[in-house]
Ligand binder design. Structure first.
Ligand SMILES: *Cc1c(COP(=O)(O)O)cnc(C)c1O
Length: 826
């Protein structure tokens, strides 16, 4: 639909950028250095210099930030609220400088400090790792695009004091360390204690064996304190807000009420309540399921809705206007309790009737689904609701009663169907199915790539799609080109701008003008040179930070993403072992030298994923020590994968590994970052990789393996043993693992991998795809031997990556789900 609306929104960038300046910038910087830290400028650390730079920039943008809010209050446009338990932000400094357009100012004023080491200043900023992976990074890209497109919007999340754990590798094993990213004050955030909200909780907390538990009885309150961060749109016109909630307890916290005389007990209760936003759950694509996580979700929803409704009421006096003025997007089911909470506000506080309340709620809320993995679909015990938010539970039961009555009317005598559709799962402990609640209680359910949306509609929740066909839609993910190309790959970005102008930065479809340059020998040469520079830069960074040596003259082949069976790092390492065997058998075999980079965290409780990390590291060590393979292939595990590591490694990569079992990767966004940075993809027909290959032409991709249909179809008869028995290379590779070739000192350590592949049916079908993967790799290697042909394909890929900007994605959400428009800040 409405392609013109989308295009109009994208053309918004044809506007002047704001000029930020301050002639006394250096004085401002020195003042921050001196006064914020009470330190003589020459004695300040680089970290203190970072804070002074960041604070000076925040000073610079403050007026514009306020002006954005005033404009929105005055114009009273429809606002978009993006609710997400995760925002994987990474660092902020460089991106703010770029989006504010103040590089000259920073060079002339803030860098005038003779004791400053700029590289170190940038590096002392910790990654804001408030997310696990793709879902959290998507939220971060989205709020940046919303600001760039000048849409009045706000992100809502939690201010975890500990983000995603830091990963160190010891003897090949992943070790998790706490990420206390707020140990030093964060210069970007602004606490707004005056806008604190009060959240009722139906229970108190108790500590049992170190685990936080809710105990029934008297209710209590939590406080949600907002911490705001500026979200600068490219060009600096709109500066929106990311509001992160921190949990606190009231100062009078029940001292008199239930802890009479028990001063210490009251303080302990207080500390327990404040643990609500202490730590991010480190689970990706699997659900955490613990009570504290439930309280976190409830806390995010209550704080955010109280805030949204208060803002709505400041400028509107008619509840009927709610869906015209407010669009709330739920990033996965984590904030799906918003359905019940908005109902509660409209029923109990606004005292509207049920039908009106229901209509307003459904029209205001929309839901994004992120996964097809059944183990990721959230369900919460009814018991948790009873303890924490009994009124929400009442409302959910009433929603369900009415919904099941509809189901009964449409499908009389189909009890099976009714029990599948019910919001409540019976049998065993009663649980609320959060995806069902989200679909029933919102007007839009979207998937994040075409294939994902199709599978969602036809397989996963087909009976809902049958009932509400108009609710289901697709919004293929995207990534912000400011962070992932302009900032991460300065040399290549400059080459692009020099060749086609700079309009691509705010309208990535402009990259199509690079297409003719794929046939230009000089441009190809320059492309290869920038890639080579990026590889060298990465190699020296890796050596200086992790002490690992890699050769930038080899192919840089990267699989960087969370470690998960469905993503199939195991397939990649099996292919490496196949190559290792070939090289040992035939010392004169000609294969292009390659470095296989792996990076990614495994959930701390996901034992098989952690064992895969160990296997990758052990294979790497054996290959290094074997004279037959050393220098020809290499495996490098880059520790502690995060946004900053991705920003360094992606520009330096020749090859992007996107090899999930078809039908399991909802979209992927890493795949898009690689494409726009000129890597060639080897991948399965899964997620957005399918659409990327459609854009660039399959002849410019290395696609292999079973399709999603073939995976589903062959499940009933698939037998991994057949491949072991009939394919000699597969068998030889597996035998090396099973016979402890990579674990001489730790015999049997990889047994669970053998069991998973051989005894438990190889659910993700590694062995089915290994041969065609190896063939695709072979072709890829041959192409690399012809740099001209390689560069041509890589440039075509970049030229065709324009669709995968999050600006395009957001323009589609705005036009097709939110009905929201830009509100220019003049
Ligand atoms: C982009 C990104 C992801 C998502 O990667 P996928 O390959 O799509 O799973 C995860 N983590 C970080 C740090 C990222 O930047």
């Amino acid at each position: 639909m409405t392609k013109t609306v989308v295009n109009q929104a994208l053309k918004q960038h044809e506007r002047k950028t704001v000029r930020f300046s301050d002639k006394a910038g250096y004085e401002r910087y020195q003042k921050h250095l001196l006064m914020d830290h009470v330190v003589l400028p020459e004695a300040a650390s680089q970290r203190e210099r970072f804070e002074a730079v960041a604070r000076s920039l925040r000073d610079l943008l403050t007026e514009r930030w306020l002006h954005t809010q005033q404009t929105h209050d005055k114009e009273n446009p429809k606002r978009v609220y993006y609710l997400s338990m995760e925002f994987l932000i990474g660092r902020t400094l460089t991106n703010n400088i770029i989006n504010l357009g103040v590089e000259d100012y920073v060079r002339e004023e803030l860098q005038a400090d003779p004791h400053q080491d700029w590289t170190e200043v940038v590096e002392t900023e910790p990654d804001a790792g408030l997310g696990n992976g793709g879902l959290g990074r998507l939220a971060a890209c989205f709020i940046e695009s919303l600001a760039t497109l000048q849409i009045p919007a706000m992100g809502y999340g939690l201010r975890y004091e500990y983000g995603i754990f830091r990963q160190v590798i010891e003897n090949g094993f992943q070790i998790e360390q706490p990420d206390h990213w707020l140990a030093q004050p964060d210069p970007w955030e602004v606490a707004q204690p005056r806008q604190t909200v009060q959240i009722p909780v139906g229970c108190q907390f108790e500590l049992h064996d170190g685990v936080l538990q809710a105990k029934p009885g008297l209710g209590t309150h939590l406080l949600g304190v907002p911490y705001d961060r500026p979200v600068v749109g490219y060009g600096g016109q709109t500066i929106n807000t990311l509001r992160l909630w921190g949990a606190a307890t009231p100062d009078h916290f029940d001292f008199g009420e239930f802890s009479s005389g028990d001063f210490v007990g009251a303080i302990v209760d207080r500390i327990l309540a404040e643990t609500v936003t202490r730590v991010l759950y480190p689970d990706d694509s699997t659900r955490a399921g613990q009570a504290l996580r439930f309280v976190q979700e409830y806390f995010l929803v209550c704080c955010s809705l109280a805030d949204i409704v208060a803002r709505f009421q400041r400028t509107n006096d008619d509840w009927q206007l709610l869906p015209q003025k407010v669009a709330i997007q739920l990033n996965d089911t984590h904030p799906a309790m918003a359905v019940a909470e908005l109902m509660r506000i409209l029923l109990d506080d606004a005292e509207l009737g049920w039908d009106e309340t229901w209509d307003l709620t459904v029209r205001t809320l929309a839901y994004t689904n992120h996964t097809l993995l059944p183990e990721a679909l959230e369900k919460w015990p009814v018991r948790f609701f009873e303890l924490v938010c009994p009124r929400s539970l009442e409302i959910i039961h009433e929603i369900n009663r009415r919904f099941l009555a509809d189901v009964q009317q449409r499908y009389p005598d189909d009890d099976q169907r009714a029990s599948r559709l019910s919001l409540v799962e019976e049998g065993g402990e009663q649980q609320i199915r959060m995806a069902n609640l989200a679909i029933v209680g919102t007007h839009s359910t979207n998937g994040v790539a075409k294939i994902h949306s199709d599978l969602l509609r036809t397989r996963v929740v087909s009976e809902f799609a049958e009932m509400f066909p108009e609710r289901f839609n697709n919004k293929t993910n995207g990534v912000t080109p400011r962070r992932w190309l302009l900032a991460a790959n300065r040399d290549f970005a400059s080459l692009i701008t020099e060749s086609i102008g700079d309009r691509w930065i705010a309208d990535l479809s402009e990259l199509r003008h690079l297409m003719p340059l794929a046939e230009d020998a000089t441009f190809r040469q320059r492309f290869l040179e920038t890639k080579q520079t990026a590889k060298k830069r990465f190699a020296s960074w890796l050596e200086s930070t992790a002490g690992q040596q890699v050769n930038p003259e080899t192919i840089f082949d990267s699989q960087i993403k969370r470690i998960h069976e469905y993503k199939r790092q195991l397939l990649n390492i099996l292919h490496v072992i196949v190559l290792y065997n070939r090289l040992r058998e035939n010392l004169s075999l000609a294969i292009p030298p390659r470095t296989f980079f792996f990076a990614g965290k495994a959930a701390p409780a996901y034992r098989l994923a952690k064992l895969i990390v160990k296997l990758i590291n052990n294979v790497g060590r054996v290959i290094d020590e074997d004279p037959a393979t050393a220098g020809r292939i290499k495996v490098a595990f880059v520790p502690n994968y995060n946004v900053s590591v991705a920003e360094r490694l992606i520009p330096a990569s020749d090859v992007s590994e996107q090899i999930s079992t078809a039908g399991y990767e909802a979209s992927g966004t890493g795949n898009m970052k690689f494409m726009m940075n000129g890597a060639l993809t080897i991948g399965t027909r899964d997620g957005a990789t399918i659409e990327m290959a459609e854009e660039a032409g399959e002849e410019n991709f290395f696609l292999f393996g079973l399709t999603a249909e073939q995976v589903a179809e062959s499940r009933s008869y698939y037998n991994p043993r057949w491949h072991y028995d009939n394919d000699p290379e597969t068998r030889a590779a597996l035998d090396l693992i099973f016979n402890d070739h990579f674990s001489r000192d730790e015999p049997g350590i990889f047994t669970p991998i053998r069991e998973s592949l051989m005894d438990r049916g190889d659910y993700f079908m590694h062995l089915a795809d290994l041969t065609s993967y190896a063939e695709a790799q072979q072709k890829l290697g041959e192409l690399y031997a012809d740099p001209d042909a390689w560069a041509r394909k890589a440039i075509i890929n970049v030229a065709c990556s324009g669709r995968f900007s999050s600006d395009r994605t957001i323009a589609e959400y705005a036009a097709e789900i939110w009905d929201a428009e830009p509100c220019p800040v003049t």
